[in-house]
Design a protein around this ligand. Structure first.
Ligand code: FRU
Length: 495
């Protein structure tokens, strides 16, 4: 791995000459891992989704971005607009680190509409000469011509007494016609917490500290990043990304987690009564998700398909990561369900279907193949002890999804998937379903897989880095046979 000096990490894209950037772009275009229907960085590193909003007939989707390489350096917001959340128009950097308050990074934040205008609230990251961190919360207005006007000073200058400067990622939301911001923070005792602020006197630059939200999670990691609050189907949901939680059986196996609490938030006492913390995704690569409301009033979630402090096979090519496909959220039987955005169906091409049996030795199903596709597998009868689905398979590669019938356990095994990220614990991720497996709905792109189980009951999201010729789809069982229906569509849009 090439080491990046601090100076290299904090170089501004504005100071880099055109030829150097073009050379980097050209190098990245040659990569065999470039995605076809996911948002990915033109160059450099993408992380959290930021400023998600449907405003005036257009979707705004931005992401954290360090343009010059696959490292966490000086962060910008890179912006896309879209009419349908399926195809996206790149608009370049929309928020830049160009004030003293955000000199060391325009960190994560959210979008909101106020008096007819689109605004962002985000964290300004500043470091002094001794490299001491200062975090403040800033507001920027997106003007009608698309240009940005930042308010000239932070609207929240620093963290309250009792907390460290790990104080960031404001999510602005409206509750009973008032504007609030929920933030992630660390206490002086190094515990992750959530804070609430409120806009007062209907003044965009006046935000009052309301207090800490109390949850039933006393000791649950050292920092909570990227919180989100919304109400859905009559309940309150808080999503956040805690850091510093130990793995427990099949749970919390990634370096950092992201999950949700469902319950009731009392806005007077700030007490949040809730059910247990549930992970949003059971795959290898998922972090810092955010939600927003689409044009139909549905709650949509987009996550970062990556994790901090992990090295990926594309790092050496000068780029890393992508966003997940958008997912529609509902609460059913006390849990979040996540279904792929309906509009993604417009990407479908070349429908193929097959109905047949699979057993230990062979399958009567048509031997499909592909590198970018959507695959729906309906399990019509299951007498097998274990079912195996291999995707992106060749002589050398295979990404294996297995289902253990007795335990209702789904396992994603990427040990043979191809090149692997490093600093990752283990090569499998598993989850226990709430009900017997009836359906897998899978989205495969050049270097990723998103597996929706039982109509959104669980999702497993992972990057995979197979060879280009690893295209086969295979099915078999351990003992007993299964009767399956396959429906496959190519998802061919080039990016
Ligand atoms: C999460 C995060 C945020 C922060 C941003 C900086 O991945 O650490 O807390 O705002 O990334 O890029």
């Amino acid at each position: 791995m090439t080491e990046w000096s601090r100076e290299q990490r904090y170089r501004r894209i504005e100071d880099v000459n055109k030829d150097e950037l073009e050379a980097l772009k050209h190098r990245i275009e040659q990569s065999s891992y470039r995605q076809h229907f996911h948002i990915q960085p033109e160059t450099g590193l993408l992380n959290d989704p930021n400023g998600l909003m449907f405003y005036n007939g257009t979707y705004y989707v931005s992401h954290q971005w360090f343009p010059l390489g696959a490292v966490h350096g000086l962060k910008y917001w890179f912006n896309y607009t879209s009419k349908d959340l399926v195809t996206f128009e790149p608009n370049g950097p929309i928020l830049k680190p160009d004030t003293i308050y955000d000199s060391h990074g325009v960190y994560s934040g959210s979008a909101f509409e106020f008096e007819g205008n689109l605004y962002y609230m985000y964290t300004g990251n500043h470091r002094d000469e001794e490299w001491k961190r200062y975090a403040s919360q800033m507001i920027a207005k997106v003007k009608q011509d698309g240009s940005i006007e930042k308010l000239n000073k932070p609207v929240i200058a620093h963290q309250p007494e009792g907390y460290t400067s790990h104080f960031r990622d404001p999510k602005v939301f409206k509750h009973h016609e008032e504007y609030y911001a929920i933030l992630g923070v660390q206490t002086q005792q190094e515990l992750g917490r959530l804070l609430l602020y409120k806009m007062i006197h209907r003044q965009i630059d006046q935000w009052e500290y309301i207090g800490e939200i109390t949850t039933e999670l006393e000791d649950f990691g050292y920092m909570w990043e990227c919180p989100d609050y919304f109400s859905l189907n009559g309940q309150d949901v808080i999503i956040f990304s805690p850091q510093g939680i130990d793995a427990k059986d099949e749970k919390y196996r990634n370096i950092y987690q992201s999950g949700y609490l469902i319950g009731h938030l009392n806005f007077d006492t700030l007490e949040f009564k809730h059910d247990t913390f549930m992970e949003l995704d059971n795959g290898f690569d998922f972090y810092a998700p955010q939600t927003f409301i689409d044009e139909y009033g549905k709650r949509i979630l987009i996550g970062w398909m990556g994790l901090p402090d992990t090295q990926y096979p594309t790092d050496e090519e000068g780029w890393a990561h992508c966003l997940t496909i958008p997912r529609e959220l509902t609460i059913e039987e006390g849990r979040l369900r996540q279904r792929p955005l309906k509009a993604l169906e417009t990407l479908r091409q070349n429908k193929e279907t097959a109905l047949g049996y699979a057993n230990k030795y062979n399958t009567t199903l048509h031997p499909y193949e592909g590198t970018q596709y959507e695959l729906i597998i309906d399990i019509l009868e299951n007498e097998a002890t274990e079912i195996y689905f291999e995707l992106r398979a060749s002589k050398l590669n295979s990404t294996l999804i297995s289902y253990n019938t007795r335990e209702q356990k789904i396992t994603l095994d990427r040990s043979e998937s191809g090149a692997l990220p490093s600093n990752v614990e283990g090569v499998t991720r598993s989850t226990y379903l709430d009900s017997p497996l009836k359906q897998l709905h899978i989205f495969v792109d050049t270097s990723s897989i998103e597996i929706f189980c039982n109509d959104g009951e669980r999702v497993l999201t992972s990057r995979i880095f197979p060879d280009e010729n690893a295209t086969a789809i295979r099915t078999s069982t351990e003992t007993g046979q299964v009767y399956l229906k396959f429906t496959k569509y190519d998802l061919g849009r080039d990016k």
